[in-house]
Design a protein around this ligand. Structure first.
Ligand code: HEM
Ligand code: HEM
Ligand code: FE2
Length: 367
């Protein structure tokens, strides 16, 4: 039911979007009736996960942090539905959803899933991993909530947000630094040598890319003095791509890489396509980030220092987009390799040499 609700919402939203059925609010584009379906869908998701945790023999810090993160994600969708007739109020609530999702609750969900993966893949004691999880949750609450202010600098909200947003959002990288340290340190320290190396690569890669993309590149333009110049330029796109890739996409790919061999009984993690997927996507994404970054800095200078017209600047920047397309091609080839590997996991038994147990492979679901 959860899957059906998700498919209905997303397919309707994408098709509707192309026919002009949308709200026109960045990131919260979907029209109001679909918003209600999203709430239903997320509540179903929370209920499914909640029941699973409830029925588990032992409730752990990791599972509680995961559940609380998901519940908050559901509740924090609601501010985006508050009706207003003022653009400032609208933007104010919009960032409750967008910012508090990515720099608040997602860090809880991410910390919990990373904790799970690290415990499983490195064999380090749960106590040690969960001690780090507390640190991450602490830093997230301390910095991420008031850090919302970094979106309130220039939208018509009172000027005290310059101070609040600047100070608290400057602390936000600490939570990501915490995740990077625990990912790298535990992977090194881990006594157990788990055969699924590629899942560990995705896990540690997720910690590193999220720290660089969200923590470092976010901090690069989070002070109001800097953001005054970089706001809404390709500098933002530079940060946005690496942050989303590192913190969201890589985490999902890590858990898929970990779960698929267990679900299907197939040992496809040692394959060339699995390694290629990891390296091509990540090198491609780093190159994309560099292309966006160089274009962004050039845009800031030409448009906001030299005072050139927006479209004249865009013409000057065209060359960087050629670089972006090349980098994106490498990135996309890696994504295709990942999908190829994923489909092979679901193929009929016997098709895959590395099959551990054909029986398990034949009956296992493809996702
Ligand atoms: C997983 C974590 C993160 C994700 C996915 C993420 C993603 C994004 C995205 C998509 C935007 C563009 C919003 C827009 O269109 O205006 C954005 C903007 C911004 N982010 Fe992040 N971000 C993350 C973490 C951080 C952190 C930790 C910081 C600060 C240390 C930060 C600082 C900023 C700032 C200052 C902006 C506003 C840019 C502007 O004024 O145009 N972000 N982020
Ligand atoms: C084939 C690879 C990709 C290409 C060529 C690409 C290109 C672009 C371009 C040109 C923009 C508009 C930038 C601007 O004018 O400000 C954009 C925006 C955006 N893209 Fe991508 N993208 C790619 C993959 C991704 C992926 C994998 C993610 C997430 C994981 C992503 C997330 C975003 C977001 C959040 C924005 C809005 C950023 C902002 O608010 O400034 N993109 N992308
Ligand atoms: Fe933010």
């Amino acid at each position: 039911m959860q899957l059906i609700a998700l498919v209905v919402v997303s397919v309707t939203a994408v098709i509707g979007f192309h026919f002009g059925w949308w709200e026109g609010r960045k990131f919260l584009e979907i029209p109001r009736p679909l918003d209600f379906l999203v709430v239903v869908d997320v509540l179903l998701f929370v209920a499914n996960i909640g029941m699973t945790i409830w029925k588990a023999p032992k409730m752990t810090t990791t599972s509680i942090v995961l559940f609380f993160g998901l519940l908050m994600a559901a509740l924090l969708y609601l501010p985006g539905m508050i009706p207003t007739d003022h653009q400032t109020h609208d933007a104010f609530w919009l960032w409750w959803v967008v910012h508090l999702w990515v720099e608040g609750v997602w860090e809880l969900i991410m910390g919990a899933i990373l904790a799970y993966l690290l415990i499983r893949l490195t064999g380090v004691d749960r106590e040690i991993v969960e001690k780090w999880l507390y640190v991450i949750v602490g830093f997230t609450f301390l910095s991420g909530i008031l850090g919302t202010g970094h979106h309130y600098y220039f939208i018509g909200t009172p000027s005290y947000w310059l101070w609040i947003g600047g100070i608290f959002s400057a602390l936000e990288p600490l939570a990501f630094l915490g995740m990077a340290i625990y990912g790298i340190a535990l992977a090194k320290k881990g006594g157990r040598n788990h055969p699924n190396r590629i899942a560990l690569f995705w896990t540690v890669g997720c910690c590193i890319m999220a720290f660089v993309g969200a923590g470092l590149l976010g901090a690069a333009h989070t002070l109001p003095q800097v953001n005054l110049f970089t706001h809404g330029t390709l500098v933002t796109a530079m940060h946005a791509h690496m942050a989303f890739w590192g913190a969201y996409a890589m985490l999902v790919l890590a858990i898929i890489s970990y779960a698929m061999p267990i679900l299907t009984g197939r040992k496809l993690f040692d394959t060339a396509s699995a390694s290629f997927a990891f390296w091509a996507t990540n090198i491609g994404m780093v190159a994309m980030t560099v292309a966006f970054g160089v274009a962004g800095v050039a845009q800031v200078y030409l448009e906001r220092r030299a005072g050139m017209e927006f479209l004249d600047v865009q013409r000057e920047l065209q060359v960087h987009f050629i670089g972006l397309i090349l980098a994106a091609t490498l990135f996309t080839s890696g994504v295709i390799a990942f999908i190829y590997n994923f489909i092979r996991y679901g193929g009929p038994a016997g098709d895959v040499e590395e099959s551990l147990s054909p029986g398990a492979a034949a009956t296992a679901p493809a996702e």
